[in-house]
Design a protein around this ligand. Structure first.
Ligand code: NAD
Length: 260
C-alpha cells in the first residue's frame, strides 16, 4: 500500500512512535527513525524493521526541540530515500505539576518538543510534499488536545496547539494532494504513562497494579489501554489513498474518554 513512500516518524525509538513506524513499514514504507536511547538498542530496532518488512530504515538523532536539527533530519530523509512523503510528528514529553508550581524549564521543554517541534517538522517537510503533489502529515496529539486534566498545563496547552496547527496546515494544503490530520490517543501503556502510574503508586502508597487500574478507571471507560499497534494501523490508514479526502480531522482513539 505504501511501497516506495518514505516516512519520518519522530520519537520512534519507543512506545507509540515505534508502533507507528512498524505499521508503516509493514505497508511497505521506508522509515527514518528518530528519538533518544541506547545506540545498540536503536540499531536493533532499525535492523528488525528492515529484516521483518523488507524496507529500508535509517536513523536520525535530531533533538526535536531544535529547529536546525529538524531541518537536517528532513534533508537526511530526502537524501537517503529521495523524498519525504509521510511525516509523523510523535515525539513528546510530559511533566505534571499544579500551575503555580510548574517549573519554567519543564514548560519551555514541553512547548518546544510537543508544539514547536511539530511546527518546524511541517515547515521543513511541506515544500517536498507539495513539489510531489502528495504528502501525509500525521500529528500525534492526545485526548489532551481536546479536553483537559489537572496538573498538565504545558501538555494540554501544547496538544491543543497541535490540533489548531493541524487545521491551519489542512487549509493551506487543501487540494494539493497533501493532508494533515491529528490522532488523539487516550491512555496507552508506554514508558511515558508507566512513569505516571509509578508516581501515583508511590504518592498513594498502593501497588503498581492498583495504580494502573485506578488510572484507567478515572478516565478511560473501556478500562483498557489502546496499543501502539492499534495507533499504528490508524496512522497507516491516514497515510493511505483511502484517506485522501480526510484532512484537518482530530481523531480520538481513547476507549470512550472524550465521550463522557
Ligand atoms: P515514550 O516516552 O514511550 O516515547 C517518546 C519518544 O519521543 C521516545 O522515542 C523519545 O526518545 C522521543 N523523544 C523525547 N524527547 C525527544 C526529543 N527532544 N527529540 C527527539 N525525540 C524525543 O512516549 P509515548 O507514550 O509513546 O508518547 C508518544 C507521543 O504520544 C507523545 O507525543 C505523547 O504525548 C503522545 N501520547 C501518549 C499517550 C499515552 O498514553 N502514552 C496518550 C496520548 C498521547
Amino acid at each position: 500500500m505504501l511501497k516506495g513512500k518514505s516516512a519520518i516518524v519522530t520519537g520512534s525509538t519507543s512506545g507509540i512512535g515505534l508502533g507507528i513506524a512498524r505499521s508503516l513499514a509493514a505497508k511497505g514504507a521506508n522509515i527514518l527513525l528518530n528519538g533518544f536511547g541506547d545506540p545498540a538498542e536503536i540499531e536493533k530496532i532499525r535492523q528488525a524493521i528492515e529484516s521483518e518488512f523488507g524496507v529500508k530504515a535509517a536513523y536520525n538523532g535530531a533533538d526535536i526541540s531544535k529547529p536546525e536539527q529538524i531541518e537536517a533530519m528532513v534533508n537526511q530523509c530526502v537524501e537517503t530515500f529521495g523524498a519525504v512523503d509521510i511525516l509523523v510528528n510523535n515525539a513528546g514529553i510530559q511533566h505534571t505539576a499544579a500551575v503555580e508550581d510548574f517549573p519554567q524549564a519543564k514548560w519551555d521543554a514541553i512547548l518546544a518538543i510537543n508544539l514547536s517541534g511539530v511546527f518546524w517538522g511541517i515547515h521543513y517537510a511541506l515544500p517536498h510534499m507539495k513539489a510531489k503533489g502528495w504528502g501525509r502529515v500525521i500529528n500525534i496529539a492526545s485526548v489532551h488536545g481536546l479536553i483537559a486534566s489537572k496538573h498538565k498545563a504545558a501538555y494540554v496547552a501544547a496538544k491543543h496547539g497541535v490540533v489548531g496547527l493541524s487545521k491551519v496546515v489542512a487549509l493551506e494544503t487543501a487540494g494539493t494532494g497533501v493532508t494533515c490530520n491529528t490522532i488523539c490517543p487516550g491512555w496507552v501503556l508506554t514508558p511515558l504513562v508507566q512513569k505516571q502510574i509509578d508516581d501515583m503508586a508511590a504518592r498513594e502508597g498502593i501497588t503498581v497494579a492498583a495504580a494502573q487500574e485506578k488510572l484507567l478507571k478515572e478516565k478511560q471507560p473501556s478500562g483498557q489501554f489502546a496499543t501502539p499497534d492499534q495507533l499504528g494501523e490508524l496512522a497507516a490508514f491516514l497515510a493511505s489513498d483511502a484517506a485522501a479526502q480526510m484532512t484537518g480531522a482530530a481523531l480520538p482513539m481513547d476507549g470512550g474518554w472524550t465521550s463522557q
